[in-house]
Design a protein around this ligand. Sequence first.
Ligand code: PMP
Length: 358
Amino acid sequence: MPLPSWVPIREDLRDSEPYGAPQIPDVINLNVNENPYGPSPEVAAGIADAVHAAATSLNRYPDREAVALREGLATYLGHGLTRDRVWAANGSNEVMLQILQAFGGPGRTALSFAPTYSMYPEYARDTHTRWVAGQREADFTVDVDRALALIEAEQPDVVLLTSPNNPTGTALPLDTVRAIATAAPGVVVVDEAYAEFRRSGTPSALDVLDEYPRLLVTRTMSKAFAFAGGRLGYVAADTAIIDALRIVRLPYHLSAVTQATALAALGHSAELLARVDELRTTRDELAAWLAARGFEVADSDANFVLFGRFADRHAIWQGLVDRGVLIRETGPRGWLRVSVGTPDDMRVFYDALLEVTR
Ligand code: PMP
């Protein structure tokens, strides 16, 4: 719905739609890459206790620097990281916006490789950063020579790499990260929202973080950690980069309740992450099931699989919704993305897909 003409919105935003996947009640949600397993009663009770404790001092502003939480996140990440090299915000969405606020802006350029996460161009738009999208190859990998040529031509202030990539599931080899981090004149962000789901042997950019002072690695508690509702994302980088992000953050951006719940969840990481191996196995089974039935399947290191191709993907998507399964109509034309659910969810999805494509 276009806004009425009397609304004095910025002209470049006038025809935009708010971001969002359809939310449909009473369906199996395989559309936003959540962890299908909620916290156990014990973990939920631990989080509730933390909220109760925080509630006793809600008259006070929270710790502006979220020191205890950043300490916990640094410990979780390992790699010798300390809290002054970690920053947290309300989802990695907010982390990314802060990165664009600090390192993008008018007269500056952000660059990524499509198809990739559909929010990046919006962060660029909202911060008046010029947006350049290079193209991934047919197999959704990033060709290093083409990437370096584009970086040379565009001189981007911010390069956004996504590994594993959404919506394709593709992880980047460390050589690609290294080559781009060496060549890029500005900051290079590796968005590792799905890192915990990567197949064994797939590296993390955290392994080379110390070698590149302008390299940032973002993570989230929304996916593997089963904490999407808690809204907690974070980034690891050089202390000076973290200090730059602190300049643009809103005062007290992380509520006392968010800090307390995230810290409590971190204290239960073992339980919350316990299903990750199962989800990785289900992901591999899902990819194999789709391939065995003649679908094209993108290699995935994440908790979702991109598959196709369909002459009319919307009809397939709608047919699945009609059968109670919500997946995502996203990615290149003809492809659909399905998140990994429980084995029961997957059985319903398999039956529905066979019916719809028969
Ligand atoms: N990065 C990628 C690649 C994502 O797919 C998502 C969520 N779908 C995010 C970042 C943002 O996640 P959150 O804000 O929940 O941390």
